[in-house]
Design a protein around this ligand. Structure first.
Ligand code: SF4
Ligand code: MG
Length: 328
């Protein structure tokens, strides 16, 4: 069995004064050993909440895990207590975020922070933990790591901080690494270096990566498989080549068209999908994408299309245009 993590029918809702926000609403997917699954969609589509749900980091209240299972190595971790989750977080499933400053503690040195994770999860002595920390920093391409471990987060550049985060995340050999927009705040050159580094580290360690991004350029670089989310639901899933060569859902097609391309004058032309992402407390009836979809039919405004399997089952799409071509 190659499946490492399976999310089944996950519903994470937020109970607010404005009503119930179904941030994640019936999401199911699997991550296999050693692969990179990219979760893509515009901001507010539920990708970060999905990631935070896997680690049970959603603040409850106002959030609530309404239904679902998160099977890690076959065991459901959604019912676990905070104490139990602390043993899983960082050790079995690690996470890196867009802005490392929010997850690095400004008052501790880099070395102390990496070492602490190693001491907690691997029961190492401090001297050994520091030794491992230095090695990890060297692996992620930080020059003179012996000096760097004595520095504080603010003394490092954004790119260096993200390398530290990767070093920290991988220092306990997690089975799964969840990366939420880890390169979004970085300039293009540094972004390319970090993506390279992540691929290289993955080859060495075999860690499965769940990579969250709104950037299809990043998806093309990183993904084995892709899940496309819209308004809290998965609307399309497939191998990366399938998504790029033969996208099925009109939203995916819109995302692909919105990759900046150079126009004749050499300027970047960005074709953004028209219309707004709907607010979660006022989702349109039927298909949530219908107000923005140029193919919308009557049925799209009445009934929500289910995610159906096409072909051998690994290819999925939720769109009325596809019904009849797949099997339920
Ligand atoms: Fe467009 Fe209808 Fe498909 Fe939704 S179900 S994406 S509105 S064609
Ligand atoms: Mg996000």
């Amino acid at each position: 069995n190659n499946v490492l993590l399976e999310v089944k029918n996950l519903r994470t809702h937020f109970y607010t004064q404005d009503g119930i926000m179904p941030a994640v609403d019936g999401v199911s997917f699997k991550i296999n050993r050693g692969e990179t699954l990219c979760v893509v969609g515009e901001s507010g589509c539920g990708k970060s909440v999905t990631a935070m749900s896997i680690l049970k980091l959603v603040p409850t209240p106002p959030g609530k895990y309404v239904s679902g299972n998160i099977l890690f190595g076959g065991e459901d971790i959604l019912p676990k207590t905070d104490g139990e989750m602390r043993k899983i977080r960082g050790k079995d499933i690690a996470m890196i975020f867009q802005e490392p400053m929010t997850s690095l503690n400004p008052v501790y040195t880099i070395g102390d922070q990496i070492a602490e994770a190693i001491i907690i999860h691997q029961r190492k002595k401090r001297v050994d933990a520091i030794e491992i920390a230095i090695n990890m920093l060297r692996k992620v391409g930080i020059p003179s790591p012996e000096k760097r471990i004595k520095e504080y987060p603010h003394q490092l550049s954004g790119g260096m901080r993200q390398r530290v985060m990767i070093a920290m995340a991988l220092s306990c050999n997690p089975m799964v690494l969840i990366a939420d927009e880890p390169t979004t705040a970085l300039d293009v050159t540094v972004q390319a270096q970090i993506l390279d580094l992540m691929r290289k580290m993955q080859k060495e360690t075999g860690t499965a990566i769940m990579f969250i991004t709104h950037d299809l350029g990043v998806v093309a670089e990183m993904a084995d498989r892709v899940v496309v989310m819209y308004a809290g639901k998965i609307v399309e899933e497939g191998a990366v080549e399938e998504i790029f060569d033969s996208p099925m859902h009109p939203y995916t097609i819109g995302l692909l068209n919105s990759i900046p391309q150079l126009d004749n004058s050499g300027k970047k032309a960005l074709h953004v999908i028209e219309g707004m992402v709907p607010s979660l407390d006022e989702l349109p009836k039927g298909c949530a994408f219908n107000p923005r979809c140029k193919y919308a039919m009557d049925i799209c405004k009445e009934n929500r299309p289910e995610l159906i399997s096409l072909g051998d089952g690994s290819r999925k799409c939720a769109c009325w245009l596809r019904v009849g071509r797949g099997k339920r």
